[in-house]
Design a protein around this ligand. Structure first.
Ligand code: BGC
Length: 334
């Protein structure tokens, strides 16, 4: 017969087992369901030492240099290892006005090095609405950043006039309009609230389309899921054309970047990422958007529309174009 003390020990053991089991279940659920859960990239992280081999210079720049008295700039300038200050979040309109003159920026937010021919000809496309202060912070931080990288670049801000926000279609508009100004070989599609923390994160194109913002503070510098292709991406012009750009039908928040990921994979390309300690970003604070309900449906039918919904079917009306000192502003009715 079991003594009372013995049965107490058995009961305590049972309780302990249940507690431990519950803790394990809670921990597993937290790991699986938490939005910031750790996801290893199954696309290759380029090794730091391999970055120069992976960058794709502009053939046009190489051709231009032959007729120019200037030498080619280095593919990656020296001295980009230095760490950066946190962006100045109290930028004023006054600062913005004077920056262009101080940094010798051409009207419309374009710049290229004067002493050499940059190997990177990059259009940076920012979809925009109602985030003026973030735009000021972005511009005042990014121009000096891009100049240190010795790029030939222009910043395009594509603002949607009305209706539900369509980030992807604004990117397509930016692509089409940028090509009317200059035959850029590399496109960077970039949210206004993302600030790169490392100068070594070259704003240039790699052989494969690159997910640039793979290490963001709000995701605790982890990838929320392996296929994530949002925030900031770099893609060669010829690759963007090949995938027919972004879909035009994603109105509201979410899904359009996942669709773009499928387009790239569907065309036999893969993604690449710089090492997490290079691809680090700070996201400027803002309230969360309401996710669109149609995004899952649009994503599901995406594959059927790759060839018939994109830059080849893009329709929009330009309402205004202004060459501001720090950016080319295009107001558009989608
Ligand atoms: C959305 C993407 C978004 C990602 C990260 C996904 O659920 O579909 O559009 O970029 O979450 O926030």
């Amino acid at each position: 017969m079991q003594t009372r003390a013995g049965s107490n020990v058995v009961q305590t053991k049972d309780v302990m087992k249940k507690v431990i089991l519950s803790l394990v279940i809670i921990i597993v659920l937290c790991c699986v369901l938490h939005p910031d859960r750790f996801a290893l990239s199954y696309y290759p992280y380029i090794k730091y030492s391999d970055i120069p081999n992976e960058l794709e210079p502009s053939p046009r720049a190489i051709a231009v240099v032959k007729e120019s008295a200037k030498p080619l700039c280095l593919l990656i300038p020296n001295g980009l290892e230095t760490s950066l200050h946190h962006p100045n979040e109290s930028v004023t309109e006054y600062d913005i006005k004077h920056l262009a003159r101080r940094l010798n920026i051409e009207e419309g937010g374009a710049w290229q090095p004067s002493e050499c021919v940059s190997q990177h000809q990059v259009a940076i496309i920012i979809p925009f609405r109602n985030r003026t202060v973030q735009l000021w912070i972005f511009l005042s931080y990014m121009h000096p950043f891009l100049q240190k990288q010795m790029l030939n670049y222009r910043i395009f801000v594509i603002e949607q006039m009305k209706g539900a926000f369509n980030r992807a279609k604004l990117f397509n508009v930016g692509y089409a309009e940028a090509l009317k100004i200059f035959p850029y070989h590399c496109f960077i599609f970039h949210d206004v609230d993302l600030i790169p923390q490392k100068l070594s994160n070259m704003y240039a194109c790699t052989r494969q389309p690159r997910h640039m913002s793979s290490s963001v503070n709000t995701f605790r510098y982890n990838l929320p899921y392996k296929e994530l292709f949002g925030g900031a991406v770099a893609i060669l012009q010829k690759q963007f054309e090949l995938v027919n750009g972004f879909s035009n039908i994603f109105y509201g928040w979410g899904g359009e970047d996942d669709d773009f990921h499928s387009r790239v994979i569907n065309r036999g390309m893969t993604l690449c990422r710089f090492p997490p300690d290079v691809a680090r970003y700070t996201m400027l604070a803002h309230s969360k958007e309401l996710p669109s309900e149609n995004r899952f449906m649009n994503l599901k039918s995406g594959r059927d529309r790759f060839a018939t919904d994109g830059v080849n079917t893009l329709q929009y009306t330009i309402m205004k174009v202004v060459y501001y000192p720090l950016y080319t502003w295009i107001l558009v009715d989608l």
